[in-house]
Design a protein around this ligand. Sequence first.
Ligand code: FES
Length: 107
Amino acid sequence: MIKVTYVAHDGTETVIEAEEGTSVMQAAVSNDVEGIVGECGGSMMCATCHCYVDEAWEARTGQRSDDEDEMLEGAASEVTERSRLSCQIKLDPSLDGLVVHLPEEQL
Ligand code: FES
């Protein structure tokens, strides 16, 4: 199992454990983590799974793709260089302990 910490906009942390191969979005939705909606189910057709990868983890999650970039243009909250669509980050053992921050709003 892979541990992921979601830090809400107000600083509240939720720690969950998910199976390898699950996306950061799926892991949040199936554990009722508030702040990730995942409206399109992970097909990169919305931006309601927007998250900010913690600085310490940026190198391991990699850069967002051009398609993610395009979809993030419709995000409800500010997009920064650490913004990602959490449905596009798949959990593998190298991401055990991952920390992501959640935007103020998704819709
Ligand atoms: S869940 Fe819709 S783009 Fe990620």
